[in-house]
Design a protein around this ligand. Structure first.
Ligand SMILES: [Zn+2]
Length: 70
């Protein structure tokens, strides 16, 4: 179990936006629709050939995230 001190430390280390991005990507990978926070278009995901990097983007390009997968 995580205690509140650890949780606070984790929050400090991890920026809100990065946390949100990870959460969004997780939802996309689960097949849920996630929308760009800026243009509200649906986010799409593409994987590199070896599936180590997920590329998440929207049609307009205001969201363009590359994330290494574990
Ligand atoms: Zn967008």
């Amino acid at each position: 179990m995580i205690n509140i001190q650890q949780f606070k430390a984790l929050q400090k280390k991890t920026s809100d936006s990065f946390y949100l991005q990870k959460k969004s990507i997780k939802n996309i990978l689960l097949g849920k629709n996630v929308y760009c926070q800026q243009c509200h278009k649906i986010l799409q995901v593409k994987f590199t050939k070896d599936a180590t990097i997920a590329h998440v983007y929207c049609a307009k390009g205001c969201t363009d995230i590359e994330l290494e997968l574990d």
